[in-house]
Ligand binder design. Structure first.
Ligand code: SOE
Length: 378
């Protein structure tokens, strides 16, 4: 187990693209806004391209860089390993870091498959016995409005939850000419919108309701089957969009929709919770607001979750603040020797739902096929 009594915790982030940048911002600023958590040293930024990772490290505030994550997880001056790589390397890096005695944070989704996630849970469970903390980066749990929504549901403010409508809509792949990326290859991303965006939706359903998903009936679609790769046209092997109906142990029914082709929606995670005595509604593109029974609540008061770490009422927060609060919760767990949430087990539960949605999508039996009207068949 890392010896956190020897001063600031040494942090290494593996990955320097979008999530590596967001997490670097978090490690750099967490101490300023959450002074009661253990301090950190931004020690190593890891990336495969030596020149690019050095340039990023200079901007993001890292002391050094390397192209070899295996070297980093073995270092005695590294206490925390933060995995911000594509999903196909989450399991290998996280397991190696846990077995090397580190605390580990992994970006969502936890893994690309249920089997990988199960292995990660087993290693994390054993590591917890040694005092090592592990967490999966469902950062939207740190949006004050969603943390407040969870409190309201738990306090019975909306009564028995019957319906949830949740969608995560983006539009960066709407244009057929958008080129191939690792996110469109099953071998690197595991799935498309389903795992990338749907992981957040499933985690939010479990987080807000404090409940588990017990069934899934899904439909996946790839609207643009090939895209331009470096070597010419390449097959897209993941979904562009996914739909599902989920049920929960508590009896709720969830309408689930994710897409990367929802023209005009940039980062549209919307969640509506309908209960027997009230309702809640949230839109990530207006993340400081929560609608309670249709009335807008500006979630910026000091007694709202996380807000007192930031600014006075009305001084709204941005998407990036969720990563700072996430780092604070992770460091707080290390400091208090408690296990943080969401755990790898939560990540595995999400992976199981994603897998069920994908599996059910291949079942013809769950869909009633409707013949086109005669006039259309001519
Ligand atoms: C996809 O574009 C993405 O970057 C997700 O991977 C993140 O998890 C989400 O927070 C923002 O959108």
């Amino acid at each position: 187990m890392p010896d956190s009594t020897r001063g600031p915790l040494g942090v290494a982030v593996v990955g320097y693209s979008f999530m590596g940048k967001a997490h670097s911002h978090a490690w750099r600023n967490v101490g300023a806004f959450f002074p009661d958590v253990p301090p950190v040293r931004q020690q190593v930024l890891v990336g495969r391209d030596d020149g690019a990772v050095k340039e990023a490290a200079g901007r993001y505030g890292w002391a050094e860089t390397t192209t070899d994550w295996r070297n980093v997880v073995a270092r005695d001056d590294i206490d925390v390993v933060d995995v911000c790589t594509p999903g196909n390397s989450h399991a290998e890096i996280a397991i190696a870091a846990l077995e090397a005695g580190k605390h580990v944070l992994v970006e969502k989704p936890l893994a690309n498959t249920v089997a990988e996630a199960e292995r990660m849970v087993a290693v994390a469970t054993a590591a917890a016995e040694r005092g090592q903390r592990s967490m999966v980066g469902f950062n939207y749990r740190r949006v004050p409005a969603l943390a407040l929504a969870r409190q309201l549901v738990a306090d019975g403010r909306v009564g028995e939850v019957r319906e949830v409508r949740a969608a995560y809509l983006q539009d960066w792949l709407t244009d057929d000419a958008a080129p191939m990326t690792w996110r469109l290859r099953r071998e690197t991303a595991g799935s498309g919108a389903l795992g990338d965006l749907g992981a957040h939706v499933v985690d939010q359903v479990r987080f807000l309701l404090g409940d588990d998903v017990t069934s899934a009936s899904g439909h996946l679609r790839t609207f643009v089957p090939t895209r331009s790769g470096e070597g010419g046209p390449e097959q897209v092997t993941v979904d562009d969009a996914a739909w599902a109906t989920l049920t929960t142990a508590g009896g709720a029914v969830v309408s689930f929709e994710v897409s990367r082709m929802a023209a005009g929606r940039k980062n549209g995670l919307t969640i509506e919770v309908y209960g027997s005595t009230g309702s809640l509604a949230f839109d990530l593109e207006r993340l400081n607001e929560l609608h309670v029974d249709g009335r807008r609540v500006l979630v910026t008061d000091a007694d709202h979750p996380y807000v007192e770490a930031w600014w006075p009422p009305g001084h709204v927060l941005g998407w990036d603040s969720t990563f700072v609060a996430q780092a604070a919760d992770f460091l707080g767990a290390i400091g208090t020797e408690t296990d943080p949430a969401p755990s790898f087990a939560d990540g595995l539960a999400v992976q199981r739902v994603l897998s069920a949605i994908e599996e059910s999508s291949s079942y013809v039996g769950t869909r009633v096929e409707l013949p086109l009207p005669a006039t259309k068949e001519d």
